[in-house]
Design a protein around this ligand. Structure first.
Ligand code: ATP
Length: 361
């Protein structure tokens, strides 16, 4: 079982600026007082009681910590320490200074497939490592793929946020409805037993977006998106994929496969000719092909806008709840900040769709 220290984190670390926010708390820059080394602190609110709607179950934080403690890889964010107080847990994690990979790419004028593949290879190496350790991430998406340092000549990819991750135990079935609609595999929506192949589906979606700036299954609503996934309704729209090599399309086609047992694994991806060309002709094809930068920049701008919108909505919802709590009296939960109150909207449409599909069948 993961050991959470009971020391006051602020005695050992000076708490700095906010780096980002998630559903259950904030990530802040922290400086270790004894060494002046910078880290990131992930502050997670804990549920106050069984009936509380706010915060995380301690068990779920323990799961995230135990999984992270078992993973040591250059392309996976590392964890150093964990502190616990009455109301929150603080994970001291590797500080990742380079921001999100998609933001880094969106700042470029152009990017060849060869350059994009350098990043894809690192993502696949991180994923292959975790899958060999029987860990599935289950929330691979652009927001969770960061860069160690964007000013470095060859920045390292860092996969973050193991809040939905699961370690498989031989003989035990695992099902989950969590995830972000655009990126989740059909077996999640259908509430089938899951394996690490669900991550490979998400990598297929991420690659599709990276090359074209289009999201393959995106509908006008989450429900429509989920329906598109279940019915495998996607195509390589010629206008957006005019600069894409056939090898890249083949790579995606072998990931966006409904049958999880037929989907490429991370190791198979690493030897696919798009990632590891077999001859000069294949190398030349990759160099001649590029990502659709105009469309990619548009996708990324929309994505960032949606993230800000969600953050503002969460803040508003939190403020409304706080007012209601105050009106009800002092017994009610008290929170550190707006983000920790954000509802997990990711799971809702999936369960909604599942109910709808089963009631129709
Ligand atoms: P979610 O609600 O998506 O599950 P979460 O509460 O689990 O999120 P994270 O996704 O781990 O939180 O982190 C939230 C944000 O904080 C990230 O999107 C990123 O911008 C920033 N962040 C997370 N980890 C680090 C890190 N190690 N270094 C720098 N910034 C980070």
């Amino acid at each position: 079982m993961a050991v959470f220290k009971l020391d006051n984190v602020e005695d050992l670390y000076e708490i700095g600026n906010v780096l980002g926010s998630g559903h259950f708390g904030q990530v802040r820059e922290v400086r270790e007082r004894s060494t002046s080394v910078l880290w990131a602190g992930k502050f997670l609110k804990l549920k106050k009681g069984a009936g509380s709607r706010l915060g995380l179950e301690r068990k779920s934080v323990e799961k995230e910590v135990e999984i992270l403690q078992g993973l040591q890889h250059q392309n996976i964010m590392s964890i150093r320490d964990v502190f616990e107080s009455r109301a929150e847990v603080v994970l001291i994690i590797e500080l990742i200074k380079g921001g999100e990979l998609f933001d880094f790419i969106a700042e470029k004028e152009n990017l060849t497939e060869t350059e994009a593949i350098e990043f894809m290879t690192q993502i696949l190496e991180g994923v292959s490592y975790m899958h060999k350790k029987n860990v599935g991430h289950f929330d691979l998406k652009p927001e969770n793929i960061m860069l160690s340092d964007k000013l470095a000549p060859n920045p390292d990819i860092k996969i973050i946020d193991f809040g939905m991750a699961h370690r498989f135990i031989l003989g035990e079935e695992y099902k989950s409805l969590g995830g972000t609609p655009q990126y989740i595999a059909p077996e999640i929506i259908n509430f089938e037993p899951l394996g690490t192949a669900a991550d490979m589906w998400s990598i297929g979606v991420i690659t599709y977006i990276l090359l074209s700036g289009l999201s393959p299954f995106q509908g006008d609503t989450d429900e429509e998106t989920l329906r598109n996934i279940v019915s495998m309704s996607y195509e390589f729209e010629p206008h957006h994929f005019s600069q894409t090599s056939n090898m890249a399309k083949d790579f995606i086609l072998k990931l966006l496969v409904k049958d999880q047992s037929k989907r490429m694994t991370a190791d198979e991806c690493l030897i696919h000719p798009w990632i590891k060309p077999l001859n000069r002709t294949q190398i030349a094809k990759r160099n001649r092909s590029s990502i659709n930068m105009k469309s990619f920049k548009k996708f990324n701008a929309r994505r960032k806008w949606k993230m800000s919108f969600n953050m503002v909505s969460a803040c508003n919802r939190f403020c409304r709840m706080q007012l209601q709590c105050k009106a009800r009296g002092p017994e009610q939960p008290e929170l550190r900040d707006c983000e920790s109150d954000q509802e997990d909207t990711g799971t809702k449409p999936a369960s909604l769709l599942r109910r709808r599909l089963s009631s129709n069948s």
